[in-house]
Design a protein around this ligand. Sequence first.
Ligand code: NAD
Length: 482
Amino acid sequence: MSVISVAVLRPAASSAAQELSATLERQRQAFLQAGPPTLDERRADLARLKAAIRDKAEALARVISEDFGHRSRHETLLAEIFTALSGIRHAEKHLGQWMRPKRVSVSAELLPGRARILYQPLGVVGIISPWNYPFQLAIMPLIAALAAGNRVMLKPSELTPRTADFIAEFLAGLFPSDKVATVLGGAEIGAAFARLPFDHLFYTGSTAVGRLVMQAAAESLTPVTLELGGKSPCILGEDAVLSGAVESIFYGKLLNAGQTCIAPDYVLLPEAKREAFIAEAQRAVKKFYPRLAANRDYTSIVNERQYQRLRRYLDEAKAKGARIVELNPAEEPLEESRKLAPTLVIEPGDDLALTREEIFGPVLPVRTYRRLDDAIDYVNRHPRPLALYYFGEDAKKRDTVLARTISGGVSVNATLMHVVVENLPFGGVGASGIGAYHGEIGFQTFSHRKGVFLQSRFNGAFLLRPPFGRITDLMLKLLLRR
Ligand code: NAD
């Protein structure tokens, strides 16, 4: 059998459990036999991956674009390739320091004993990834898992099938199947995959499926990281510089046509700024995308199902009398290209699907508030979002928003940017996720932090051993007094 056919599994639903278990077992045995990889081995894996990503960047951009109908090449190079390369570069640079056992102090009564934390690879980890950034969201967790010394089984999304095939062959060409194996298939295979007794399961995707993944993992007490979605708010303060804020918001909203987990989902702005915001939005969209249909920079909606879902949101809003502002600068028909014009929905009702569900497309609800506290209350009445954006110059107001709202991450006077800072944990909170990764946090997510105590030859432990008597009483008196 060739390496490729072993490293890429396309199990039938009926035999998935067996095939997947066999692969997991093979990886686990290989892991136990080889022991934790050295720093040099891990660096070599990362370097090989980095060179191959550079080499295949343009091919990957074409494949992803085929999956989407159209995906901007620049968006792929920025959001899939650059992010992956900078993740690798950061890990290469800092891995030696991350892997080093960390000395920690011990309390006075344990002296002269010493303590340290050892970072051990967990073993075999599972990664389940979604379609919206189909390469980056598979490769970033893979980078962290390999840096931490693990073996990996990866299940990319079936909704971007060409990219999934591409990733499978790409990884099969780089790693032996007992180190990295790719599993191809849909929800049923995903469900079988999530039931495997991995040493850790890392899932990126919707909150609804995240729930199923956590239930499946609970059977084997497999720890999970869940990178989920949600409705990320954008709050404009009274003193926000409107033109700059609007450009940032539309950059973040229209990248990948809004199909971004941390895209601004809706805007909260002072009542008096509503009309100025709409005018600025028209200007910003025209500046970024003077035309939409044939514009190589503007990405399509990934498939008909997602397209129809977004259309339904807008139809419902229209039917219920919401004010809708379509930002289609050249007023082109777009259906052919499966592109959707950026669209504002002003003051949508609470009952609308686009108010309740994550939008994941270029539709932007705009709500107004009277006092900043009202905006904060609105955010806090809803599930905790993956990201929050605040625009404003006043540091005190900014700090109030930071302190009183809870979200996975925040960018201030920008959108999306916190995700590319490798030193920041990236992850959700509450309904938007459990756990985090990127940089050292990602290394730790895929490591076991083993606490080790090293006893000194000369120590006072005997003072607390039975038979308990006067000396123990004296010691306890001292210990309990402090
Ligand atoms: P998706 O439908 O591609 O599903 C994600 C993965 O889950 C796929 O590989 C799929 O096969 C698998 N899957 C489906 N059913 C399963 C099951 N029962 N058990 C196990 N696996 C199963 O992607 P999606 O869920 O539509 O992705 C979009 C969502 O992901 C949005 O909500 C978005 O906000 C979120 N997201 C979050 C992040 C993040 O980093 N937090 C990043 C991107 C997307």
